[in-house]
Design a protein around this ligand. Structure first.
Ligand code: PSU
Ligand code: MN
Length: 304
């Protein structure tokens, strides 16, 4: 029994040593509303392709871990309601029970490493939630970055999180946090989280080189590349702060907990910004797909 099923295009690219970029599916099922979720999923794949790499969207469908989806599978996933949200804890259970689930950053990293894919593009990673000192809500994405050798390109930690605490945890776990092309950490919908970046790199080649050096040193884990949202799509921090506070209060009032927190907040912010948050989200995901494809190409050059 094979553990995962690559799509024909992904299998071919991997066999030929061509660049491949992993993509998550929770952003499709839990991060964006229908039908934009399908449109964006297709656009992200096209962006990876037009930038010289093969996209591999990852999901568990009827118990099979798919690395690369056909367009029909992508469409079905985007339309299905009640799809499970899978992280490290529940991926094996979903597979052994023959169920369907979308992969978060953590689960996508596990699948990517298994398939030999070193680069993964997403929107934002999970992190330490505001009030974590009481709720203990810290995303499994952080732990995963410390143990699975995949370079993840994101637009920073979402502004719904406690970004300083998220940075502290990443430092403790030994995860390199690299800001692309600037000295500051970006905050998903805005380019500046008000914190200096621990590391800065200005080219895809440097990022690829650092990933490979980490492997040579025998250090487990990956890298987090934080790629600032394009200027024209940015929403200012001051604009978002009261909206996020309101969404967080609503989540508390409704007793939202566990893995429902992130999807609830994203949906609420979408409503409160009248869709502006989604437009920004789309722009930053495409921007990350572009950079990820470049990094994947550079990695292939080094390892060839
Ligand atoms: N970014 C988005 N939308 C999302 C997510 C990220 O714009 O839905 C998802 C990712 O899959 C990430 C997950 O891994 O949220 C984090 O969830 P949690 O905080 O429950 O670990
Ligand atoms: Mn959580």
């Amino acid at each position: 029994m094979t553990l995962y099923t690559p799509s024909p295009a992904v299998a071919e690219a991997l066999a030929a040593g061509r660049p491949v970029v992993a993509l998550e599916s929770t952003i499709i099922t839990h991060g964006m509303p229908w039908p934009q979720n399908l449109e964006v999923a297709r656009k992200v794949e096209d962006t990876v392709r037009s930038n010289g790499a093969e996209p591999a969207t990852i999901a568990v469908i009827d118990g099979t871990l798919h690395v690369g989806l056909t367009d029909a599978q992508l469409e079905a996933l985007a339309q299905t309601r009640g799809v499970a949200k899978l992280s490290r804890a529940d991926m094996a259970v979903c597979m052994s029970q023959g169920r369907t689930g979308a992969t978060t950053v953590a689960a996508t990293m596990i699948a990517a490493e298994l398939a030999g894919i070193a680069v993964f593009a997403t929107g934002g990673i999970g992190g330490v939630h505001q009030g974590a000192e009481n709720s203990f809500d810290i995303s499994a994405d952080l732990q995963e970055l410390s143990q699975t050798a995949v370079t993840v390109i994101a637009a920073g930690a979402k502004a719904i999180l406690d970004i300083p605490k998220t940075m502290e945890v990443l430092e403790t776990l030994g995860v390199p946090v690299i800001a692309y092309g600037q000295d500051k950490i970006p905050a998903f919908w805005s380019r500046d989280a008000g914190l200096p970046a621990p590391l800065r790199m200005d080219t895809a080649a440097e990022i690829a080189g650092a990933h490979i050096m980490r492997g040579k040193l025998g250090l487990p884990g990956g890298q987090l590349v934080t790629n600032p949202i394009p200027v024209e799509a940015e929403i200012a921090r001051e604009t978002l702060a009261p909206i996020i506070a309101r969404a967080a209060q609503d989540a508390a009032d409704h007793g939202i907990a566990g893995k429902n927190v992130t999807p609830y907040l994203l949906q609420r912010i979408f409503e409160l910004t009248e869709g502006r948050s989604l437009e920004a989200n789309i722009a930053l995901v495409l921007n990350n797909a572009r950079l990820a494809a470049e990094i994947a190409q550079e990695m292939c050059k080094i390892t060839k």
